[in-house]
Design a protein around this ligand. Structure first.
Ligand code: ZN
Length: 395
């Protein structure tokens, strides 16, 4: 039997899905709150409990969920000391936003907007202009970035308001479309190693009377996908990134706050047919489907015109209680993508949206062989994927 990965006594309805806390406790609320605290105009401090600092640094650890951090205190002694009040810290979880995936979350954190507004509502989504799937992490096929996501980033707003603004990440991300639409504003500093990034972030934080600095580390997610979280490779990454956080914390200049967060958590999924439902081998799931988007735990299903309600009925029947299965309008009305959907974003969302509730995947062994072989996965609304840390260190 597949596992319910969290307690859900409620009956399975679209409305029973635990929707991200947009506007009060989501990843998209973090940067507007920090920037508003530095007097950047037109932004709301929607995470009201954070006290303002003149210098703010956000360290985003790809794939490190709140639950995984709490479950591994020995590998992460420094970050564990920043967890909730019982351990003396002020750490708390934020919700990542739906789907809990890197492209979506980076756009949410950088723009301060929910997915329904910034318009990156999945790993792959249909481009209504071309009718083709677009991979939003790799930006394939190329699509004009400023048309796809037209809003300014919080970094651009802060830069325009005279705040010293910088991003410190891997050099290969400097000129990518995703960086452009989610993270641009101020200066990008490419550094290869984690240590160099921490040192550069601390230097940039000290470089302005008011400053906003973002830095990033990828490999906790990478090792989780490849080996799963119950692996020495994953635990080794957690130990390494814990030392990076401490290194940065120890270099904070005066009047500074460091916030450690993540873009999503993760779930390991067993390798058998019960936990990995293969779209490419399942004629019932394929019937009437023109395009399969999203990823294993957060699918966008685009129907052949006229087949929308048949596809919805069929997916509900086949998936039973293992997934929340919603029509596009039901998912939007339930607030999965935020309180509001921009018109240009509407048709990027699937005619049917399927979010995993148990430790299961809808893989596609032929069209997505690499993704279908991953041990660790993420995307849906369970706490293991949605809850990301918000840890705070002050100088
Ligand atoms: Zn990932």
């Amino acid at each position: 039997m597949s596992q319910h990965v969290w307690d859900h006594p409620e009956p399975l309805t679209v409305a029973s899905a635990p929707v991200p806390e947009y506007g009060s406790g989501s990843l998209a609320d973090l940067l507007p709150t920090l920037a508003a605290g530095m007097d950047v105009p037109d932004l709301t401090a929607s995470l009201g409990e954070l006290s303002p600092a003149d210098r703010n640094c956000v360290f985003l650890i790809d794939g490190l969920g709140w639950e995984q951090l709490k479950a591994n205190p020995d590998e992460a002694p420094f970050m564990s000391s920043l967890l909730g009040s019982s351990r003396g810290g002020t750490g708390r979880p934020l919700t990542a936003g739906y789907p809990a995936t890197t492209a979506t979350s980076l756009a949410s954190i950088g723009t301060g907007l929910p997915p329904g507004a910034h318009g990156l509502p999945g790993y792959t989504v249909r481009n209504p202009e071309t009718g083709e799937l677009m991979n939003q992490l790799r930006w394939i096929p190329w699509t004009k970035p400023g048309t796809w996501q037209p809003y300014p980033t919080v970094f651009q707003l802060a830069d325009a308001a005279g705040v010293h603004t910088a991003q410190v990440s891997a050099p290969q991300f400097q000129n990518t479309p995703l960086t452009k639409i989610a993270l641009s504003g101020g200066t990008f500093h490419g550094r290869l190693t984690g240590e160099e990034r921490m040192d550069k972030a601390a230097e940039q934080l000290a470089a302005g009377d008011r400053s906003l600095v973002y830095t990033y580390y990828a490999e906790v997610d990478g090792k989780g996908h490849r080996f799963g979280m119950d692996s020495d490779a994953w635990r080794g990454q957690l130990m390494y990134v814990d030392r990076l956080v401490q290194r940065l914390a120890e270099q904070l200049p005066p009047r500074a706050a460091l916030y450690v967060t993540a873009d999503h958590g993760m779930i390991d999924v067993p390798f058998d047919e019960e936990h990995r439902i293969d779209f490419d081998a399942d004629w019932e799931l394929r019937a009437g489907v023109a395009l399969l988007g999203g990823e294993g735990r957060a699918r966008h299903v685009y129907a052949v015109p006229g087949a929308e309600s048949d596809v919805l009925t069929c997916w509900r029947e086949v998936l039973g209680e293992q997934f929340w299965v919603a029509s596009r309008d039901e998912a939007i009305a339930a607030g999965w993508f935020g309180p509001h959907i921009d018109e240009r974003v509407y048709a990027r969302i699937g005619d049917v949206v399927a979010a995993a509730r148990d430790d299961v995947l809808i893989i596609a062994s032929e069209r997505e062989p690499k993704e279908s072989a991953m041990v660790g996965n993420h995307g849906s609304m369970t706490p293991a994927e949605q809850h990301v840390p918000l840890l705070e260190v002050r100088s």
